[in-house]
Design a binder for this molecule. Structure first.
Ligand code: ARG
Length: 265
């Protein structure tokens, strides 16, 4: 089944502030390299038959490339984002406007939440992260608006500040995740819900290997996550490695650059 993704070209990408432990403004980042790597990701999706729509980047919003944070779209309904840090605040309304301009039904959120960075949608449940960015009350707001069960998971390692840095849906019913990123209670929930999950190693997690995008057959994943590649191949998945090393300097990977639009209007 082809998917529909929203992406944002990193034309204004920089690392000029630090809101997660990956970001080192003094080290900077190369925008041209970032654009080239991002083009590689977009091409990978298109070659797999997925549709990519684009939102115009805005000068002064260097993290806008991380489209996953812009909203959560399920069944054609758009739950808007409200960013935790002022540096990214203007992205929420910009992404929301992209959808309302195209006729989508949308909710302006009352609570802090960073879209698909912290909400990952499976067939029967939405997994929702909290602890660093998204307020747990936003989980309830999303459940009420989208009419899907939302399960809250608490993140405890600041390197894995969004749920999508520590876990990814492999298909509609199973996930891969990094156990050390979760609180003991949340880890017990994951073990109960997903007894057959793919468990990532420290090495996978440290290259943001969990920040992957699967269509149920193909997994688009950071090139360096070699342990995960092997395990996914062993399970019969097609591994599509991408190099997003320049965007990782801002704490992002393939999934961060990708907002899935589920259910057209
Ligand atoms: N979905 C994601 N994990 N996005 C990555 C966002 C990176 C961005 N620099 C931030 O800290 O907000």
């Amino acid at each position: 089944m082809p998917k529909h993704f929203l992406m944002c070209r990193p034309d204004f990408f920089t690392v000029e502030y630090a809101i997660n432990p990956w970001m080192r403004p003094e080290a900077g980042a190369d925008r041209d390299v970032a654009v080239r790597q991002w083009e590689g990701l977009k091409t990978a999706y298109e070659e797999l038959g997925h549709q990519v729509s684009l939102i115009d980047p805005i000068a002064g919003l260097p993290d806008m490339v991380f489209a996953a944070n812009g909203a959560l779209v399920v069944g054609g309904r758009v739950y808007g984002a409200r960013f935790a840090y002022p540096q990214r605040a203007a992205e929420g309304p910009a992404y929301l406007r992209w959808f309302t301009d195209r006729g989508y039904e949308a909710l302006e959120p009352s609570h802090v939440n960073e879209g698909e960075g912290d909400f990952l949608t499976l067939d029967d449940v939405i997994l929702a992260g909290t602890g660093f960015r998204t307020d747990v009350v936003a989980h309830q707001e999303a459940q009420e608006y989208l009419g899907r069960p939302v399960v809250s998971l608490t993140l405890v390692d600041p390197r894995f500040y969004h749920l999508d840095t520590a876990l990814f849906p492999i298909d509609g019913h199973n996930v891969g995740y990094y156990p050390a990123a979760f609180s003991p209670g949340s880890l017990a929930v994951l073990r109960r819900m997903f007894p057959d999950a793919v468990i990532a190693t420290d090495r996978d997690a440290e290259v943001l290997g969990l920040n992957a995008v699967s269509d149920g057959t193909n997994v688009v994943i950071n090139a360096e996550a070699s342990d995960l590649h092997l395990e996914l191949k062993r399970r019969g998945y097609e591994v599509i490695p991408v190099d997003l090393s320049e965007l990782r300097k801002a704490g992002g990977g393939p999934k961060c650059c990708t907002l899935e639009i589920r259910g057209e209007i």
